[in-house]
Design a protein around this ligand. Structure first.
Ligand code: SUG
Length: 447
């Protein structure tokens, strides 16, 4: 069936800041406390979306969540008016408020795991919002994410948006950041690769940094989505990759169509992983493995420059795949030289385009983190919420909205400012009008 891949990007919210909240994410730790530039961040994200839409790709927008998360603070016992809740929580524990104020839902690759209808036994598109239970600031995203995905895909006959898995360490799930789909053409049945950091029922493997995704979470999602056992692969992320700072598999691996592009250190057992993928693809396509050795690109450079946290896309009319990499990949000598070599030969990747998402990158979020890939058949796309798809009109409106409402600068201590909270809620209220999200989309609208 004919289908295309849409990229739904997280629109960067007004509280974008450098909170230092993600242990194991080297950029988040390094840049903790820096002055953030929310307006620039959101405009950089929008510029990337526009560039993809202009190139002929289907581009969706996922609205930011309401922050600070007052309902969570109330649940923790802070009471009174909204201003009082914020002031009391800030007085009690600014770190808690930082966690409840993160704009982390911008990293839409962590929003959900997606299985296109070509892969599922009921022929429906399945999405499971990630519980993101490993990190406090991210564990509060899944409910609003589910609401946004249901708004984006209102056709209940074609699309199932599941509940997130239980918030328990055994079921820790990070969404599409630990999931790759390979296929001959987007609309054909594909092979789904789930990459887990730990087996919660196995022997504890010590990592210096958290291994966020469990095998158990990946198993349940594959079952819920009705995937074929034969076409599904579960592979373990290498401990040394996690300890080098690859907190998600998509920091060291990206795949598209038949091509899997990955670092030598990405998987615990590379040979077994590639063999399993080849077997799962038997009769569908022949995988094209592009493995980058540590000699060519040391893992430290790969993680610093985010070479693999690139979008790998099939641009209309282009014979080979295009890698949409962050400008940091161009700045780093090893990755810049590698990119020249990559596109110089006859391999599956023919072009690299660099995009500036530096504000997000300082929190460890590259071009691939900012988007959730959703393969849509023509019928599914026609039934999707058109107001959440980016065209010139929406781009212009959203850019003006950002310029009107967002602060230019934000320090972590500004998160205790009640004016920032009001400004943010006013902005989001306005956004529900622009994107026609309804009068109960955000918790603060529901009273
Ligand atoms: O979960 N950073 C995010 C980055 C997510 C990147 N996504 C993918 N690799 N797909 C994270 O670690 C930092 C927030 C802070 O420190 O303020 C943060 O949450």
């Amino acid at each position: 069936m004919s289908a295309s891949e849409a990229n739904y990007d997280g629109l960067i919210g007004p509280t974008h800041n450098y909170g230092g909240l993600s242990e194991g994410n080297l950029a988040s730790a390094k840049n903790a406390g820096l002055i953030a530039r929310p307006r620039d961040a959101a405009l950089q994200g929008l510029a990337k979306m526009k560039q993809m839409a202009d190139a002929g790709l289907v581009q969706g927008v996922l609205p930011p969540h309401a922050r600070p998360a007052l309902s969570e603070l109330r649940m923790m016992g802070f009471s009174g008016s909204d201003e009082e809740v914020l002031a009391n929580a800030w007085r009690a524990n600014p770190v808690l408020v930082r966690n409840m104020s993160s704009a982390s839902c911008m990293w839409a690759a962590n929003a959900a795991t997606v299985s296109p209808s070509a892969d599922t036994n009921d022929g429906r598109l399945h999405l499971t919002p990630a519980n993101l239970s490993t990190m406090l600031h991210r564990s509060i995203e899944h409910e609003q994410t589910g609401r946004a995905l249901k708004a984006a895909f209102p056709d209940e006959d074609r699309v199932t948006v599941h509940d997130a898995l239980p918030l328990q360490t055994t079921y820790a799930d990070e969404g599409a950041a630990n999931h790759v789909r390979l296929c001959a053409a987007h609309g054909d049945q594909g092979v789904e690769l789930f990459v887990y950091g730990r087996n919660a029922f196995g022997k504890t493997v010590r990592t210096d940094f958290p291994a966020r995704q469990t095998l158990q979470a990946s198993h349940i999602i594959a079952t819920h989505h009705g995937l074929s056992d034969v076409r599904t692969v579960f592979a373990q992320q290498a401990t040394r990759a996690i300890d080098a700072g690859a907190f998600h598999n998509d920091v060291v691996c990206v795949g598209a169509r038949q091509c899997l592009f990955f670092h030598e250190y990405a998987f615990e057992d590379t040979d077994a992983t590639l063999e399993a993928i080849t077997k799962a693809a038997d009769g569908l396509f022949t995988p094209d493995f592009v493995e980058v050795s540590n000699d060519e690109v040391p893992i430290e450079d790969a993680i610093k420059a985010y070479l693999f946290n690139s979008m790998l896309v099939q641009m209309p009319g282009k014979p080979r795949l295009t890698l949409i990499a962050p400008t940091e990949t161009e700045d780093n000598l090893a990755t810049r030289e590698y990119c020249k070599k990559l596109t110089g030969g006859n391999g599956p990747i023919g072009e690299v385009i660099f995009v500036d998402v530096r504000q997000s990158m300082r929190n460890g979020g590259g071009p691939a983190c900012l988007r959730l890939r959703i393969v849509l058949t023509e019928a599914e796309r026609a039934a999707a919420n058109q107001k959440m798809l980016l065209d010139n009109g929406l781009y212009t409106e959203l850019s003006a909205w950002v310029k009107k409402h967002y602060r230019e600068e934000l320090a972590p201590d500004d998160l205790g400012d009640p004016n920032l909270m009001r400004e943010s809620f006013t902005a989001l209220d306005d956004l529900t009008g622009i994107m026609e999200l309804g009068s109960d989309f955000y918790p603060f609208m529901r009273g």
